[in-house]
Design a protein around this ligand. Structure first.
Ligand code: HEC
Length: 395
């Protein structure tokens, strides 16, 4: 019952998280598109009002005519809509999920003693340390190279590469990917919380007080918002790819993550330019080329070569093997984790083995996702045994 309640809580939380992400990233995509698509107005009355860019769009049965004022309109409207809860609720729901899924199950989902042995509380500290120190380094990068976009891009690539490498040397691949994603997502929300919104508050306060508006606040906000645009696809990739062990279980998983992120930024760049009616195929083609290279590079090799005299285990031998490596979790009463057996998969009889033969082969031989975090230290020879047992099933 307890784990049933927990599953509901997690399901609702994940649902809320995805909804808030859509609201935030959707609004962000829209405003980036809008900003890049605006045209200088011609009409004298618009120029007179201080309109710097405008656009006509048709959507959902009506025509829209957004106008952008730089730095601000001459008088503030009484009713001004702000965009920040989308971002804050994304971070809050994401952090809650991170705590409930990972930090509270550090032993199962974060620690791999073969990568880096540590206690659960150390793992939690390291994970929080990643989020905090990522933010500090990012702030330093913005301060010291803020005016030079190429320098920021180079420094960010270095920071993300270093973070990916470090986290994969400390955590299970899956947690490592998620932590890099959470680190970048924290920077994005911090941009909204510490820079974009406070800047807008200063501008509106100055206007209400009838003072001159300092354009620096708008410029700073714009810079952070541009950074967020480039971080969007990498963050989404880090969040989703941790469901695919072909990505996070590769021996050089940090490089897989970095390359896929770079590929996604190149594709985003194409769309950003396209909004400005500049078509540059170099960007998406190189993005896709990078991803294609990763696809070829990490493709699974055909399951272990069959030596002529290699042992082909029978079902009893296989059951004995899985009972040393798997039933800590996959039994009616798991001992290595709390709650019911994961995905209701148990290995308690030879019939169980035959029932799950296909997924066992996929999880153990092809993906190497099981045993989870290789907590029970299954060897490559044992994986080869599973492969030969599976081949025999097919005969
Ligand atoms: C530390 C606990 C743990 C150990 C040990 C473990 N598993 Fe799992 N297993 C899980 C969890 C948790 C899941 C649920 C999927 C997930 O969270 O990735 C799972 C899911 C599975 C699935 C279902 C996959 C699916 O998506 O349908 C199979 C099959 C499986 N494990 C096989 C094995 C085999 C075979 C072993 C031993 C070689 C093993 N597991 C060892 C925790 C474990």
């Amino acid at each position: 019952m307890e784990s049933y309640m927990m599953d509901w809580a997690l399901m609702l939380l994940r649902w809320v998280h995805v909804i808030t992400v859509i609201a935030w990233i959707g609004a962000s995509f829209y405003f980036v598109w809008l900003d890049n698509s605006l045209e200088k107005p011609q009409a004298p009355d618009l120029l007179q009002k201080g309109v710097d860019g405008e656009l006509w769009a048709v959507h959902g049965g009506g025509f829209y005519n957004p106008q952008k004022y730089l730095v601000a309109p001459k008088t503030l409207p009484a009713n001004l809509h702000w965009f920040y809860w989308e971002s804050y609720s994304t971070w809050l729901s994401g952090f809650a999920l991170f705590v409930a899924l990972y930090l509270m199950n550090a032993r199962t989902y974060m620690i791999d003693p073969q990568i880096y042995p540590m206690t659960a509380s150390t793992a939690v500290l390291f994970a929080l340390g990643f989020l905090a120190s990522g933010l500090l380094v990012y702030e330093a990068i913005c301060r010291f190279s803020g005016q030079k976009p190429w320098l920021v891009a180079a420094a960010m690539t270095l920071l993300i590469t270093a973070a990916s490498y470090l986290s994969t040397q400390i955590f299970q691949g899956r947690a490592a990917f998620l932590i890099v994603g959470a680190m970048l997502a924290t920077m994005m929300t911090a941009n909204v919380f510490f820079w974009i919104i406070p800047g807008q508050r200063r501008v509106t306060a100055a206007m209400r007080a009838g003072e001159k508006v300092n354009p620096i606040y708008g410029q700073r906000g714009k810079q952070r918002s541009v950074h967020n645009t480039y971080l969007t696809l990498p963050v989404l990739f880090a969040m989703l790819s941790n469901h695919y062990s072909m990505m996070y279980n590769h021996p050089m998983n940090w490089l897989v993550l970095v390359l896929m992120m770079i590929g996604s930024v190149l594709i985003r760049q194409f769309f950003l330019l396209k909004h400005k009616r500049k078509i540059n195929w170099y960007f998406p083609l190189s993005g896709v080329a990078i991803m294609l290279a990763v696809f070829i590079w990490i493709a699974p090799r055909p399951a272990s070569v069959q030596a002529q005299d290699a042992e082909v285990p029978d079902d009893a031998r296989m059951l004995a093997l899985l009972q040393t490596r798997c039933t800590g979790c996959h039994a009616t009463q798991p001992t290595l984790m709390s709650g019911p057996p994961p995905k209701a998969v148990v290995f308690e009889s030879e019939a169980d083995l035959r029932k799950h033969a296909n997924t066992i082969f996929i999880q153990v031989v092809q993906l190497k996702a099981m045993p989870l975090g290789n907590i029970t230290q299954m060897t490559d020879e044992e994986r080869a045994l599973v492969a030969r047992w599976f081949e025999k099933q097919k005969l």
